[in-house]
Write a protein that binds this ligand. Structure first.
Ligand code: C2O
Ligand code: CU
Length: 475
């Protein structure tokens, strides 16, 4: 990313921020440590947002999953050697109902060890797939059974947590969709896995991973953008259809800003969780790890048309996929209110709560890759673990001292962004990954309901590999 893009980023960002209300109040300057009452109010407000325990009324759903070397036509007719789950890129899509227990019998046929992390799923800590933190790495030739009952319905994904800058880049990622049968039925439910690839002149994956260049920038950005493993695929739709589209960014570093030319999608979920209130998709920065679910109506008058889906994050807007509307009679558009979270806290007072920890994000010279990315001046595994109290309101701050992007991801938790650059913002949804811009400060608030030792890292996988990872415990 060059200078001009960085400037562009700021401009775009301020447009996205939304409501910001004036200067700091007296209360904030004092802090409200010790007063107790306001924190209690915030905790009360949270009640009913998402459950502490999984509903257990479903079936056991068993899946086989194998990671191996295979071939995939990213740019047909050329074949590219990839690493994949079940021979496909993206890997399989596991669809289960809320209440079901997911049992995945995983076998590692890769030439190196691996694990699986269920991104965004509030799993029991031992199933989180972080080597040295929640489980030993699964050696080449070995198997492991992952089993958990998702607590939330939504769009999730899974990927290795060992040498992930290489393993995810080579094609290891899959989708987990947890459906809530109580949500309205769309005409179609589509997933679009967004990725990019850096290929050499022979359509081979450029096998220089975690380079100094990638580290000095926003990770590895490839020249081929793909949707579901294909360059500019065409999706067949019908006029009048109302479609749920689940966008998942599995790229190592690239940020997408998806836009649907000629259509007016509503964002109904972010990072898996239904929003408190659906909102129109204008500029939404889908950083590595992020998901959004869209409610898209194909106009009844559009038979025979083709709609373009573009990525407008960079200066140059690029088409990434098409929706091709069949000719012929339109279908009747299903009428229902888009699904929304049963309860979502406003947390207007959150901005006055004390900060439990401020993470400083920065880089320094040296380390195994020549550049080390740090949290609180240390690189993984030396970063001091933080402690969050189970069931209590916590406010954390990410302060980005660098000029690069850092999509920070907390395992096992959902949080709400409450401020950028010290100014209150009101996002009507939870996240598990938040893009922190150059020199930006972002405050998040959460009430952890999942105990254990969890990872907290930059989802630009090169940055994480070069140190930008830490843990926090919830007790
Ligand atoms: Cu998708 Cu630890 O991350
Ligand atoms: Cu980063």
């Amino acid at each position: 990313m060059n200078k001009i893009r960085v400037v562009g980023f700021f401009v775009l960002f301020s447009g996205l921020i939304g409501v910001s209300t004036g200067s700091l109040s007296a209360v904030q300057k004092e802090g409200i440590v010790g007063t107790g009452t306001k924190i209690d109010t915030l905790e009360k407000e949270f009640e009913g947002s998402f459950p502490e325990a999984a509903p257990k009324h479903g079936e056991i759903r068993e899946f086989e999953l194998e990671a191996s070397e295979s071939q995939w036509g990213i740019v047909p007719p050329y074949q590219t050697e990839v690493w994949s789950y079940n021979g496909k890129v993206p890997g399989p899509i596991f669809r289960v109902n809320l209440g079901d227990t997911v049992r995945v019998r995983f076998t590692n046929k890769l030439p190196q060890s691996t694990t699986i992390h269920w991104h965004g799923v509030r799993v029991p800590n031992a199933m989180d797939g972080v080597p040295g933190v929640t489980q030993p790495a699964i050696e080449s030739g070995e198997s492991f059974v992952y089993e958990f009952t998702p607590k939330d319905a939504g769009t999730f994904w899974f990927h290795p947590h060992v040498n992930s800058a290489e393993q995810v880049e080579r094609g290891l990622h899959g989708v987990l969709i947890v459906e809530d049968p109580d949500e309205p039925q769309y005409s179609q439910d589509l997933e679009m896995v967004l990725d990019d690839w850096r290929l050499d002149r022979n359509w081979k994956i450029d096998d220089r991973f975690v380079t100094r260049h990638d580290l000095a920038h926003d990770g590895r950005w490839g020249q081929y953008r793909t949707v579901n493993g294909a360059v500019k695929p065409v999706f067949d739709v019908k006029a009048g259809e109302r479609i749920r589209i689940r966008l998942i960014n599995v790229a190592n570093g690239r940020v997408f800003s998806p836009q649907f030319r000629g259509l007016s999608p509503q964002v109904i979920a972010v990072d898996g969780m239904l929003a408190g209130k659906p909102f129109p998709l204008r500029r939404f920065f889908l950083a590595s790890g992020n998901r959004i679910d869209l409610d898209v109506v194909i106009p009844t008058t559009s038979a025979g048309n083709t709609f373009e889906i573009v990525d407008s994050f960079s200066r140059k807007t690029v088409p990434i996929a098409y929706l091709k509307v069949a000719s012929g009679e339109p279908l009747e558009t299903p009428l229902f209110d888009p699904p929304r979270a049963a309860h979502f806290p406003e947390w207007r007072e959150a901005i006055n709560a004390p900060i439990s920890h401020e993470y400083e994000l920065d880089a320094k010279r040296g380390g195994p890759y020549g550049i080390t990315w740090t949290m609180d001046d240390e690189a993984w595994p030396k970063v001091k673990p933080q402690e969050l109290v189970f069931g209590r309101f916590n406010r954390l701050r990410f302060t980005n001292k660098s000029s690069r992007l850092h999509p920070m991801h907390l395992h096992g938790q959902f949080f709400k962004v409450i401020a950028r650059k010290g100014k209150p913002v009101n996002e009507n949804f939870w996240r598990d990954t938040i893009l922190v811009g150059p020199k930006e400060t972002v405050d998040i608030a959460l009430i952890p309901l999942d105990k254990g030792l969890w990872a907290n890292h930059c989802h630009i996988l090169e940055h994480a590999e070069a140190g930008m990872m830490s843990t926090f415990s919830v007790k």
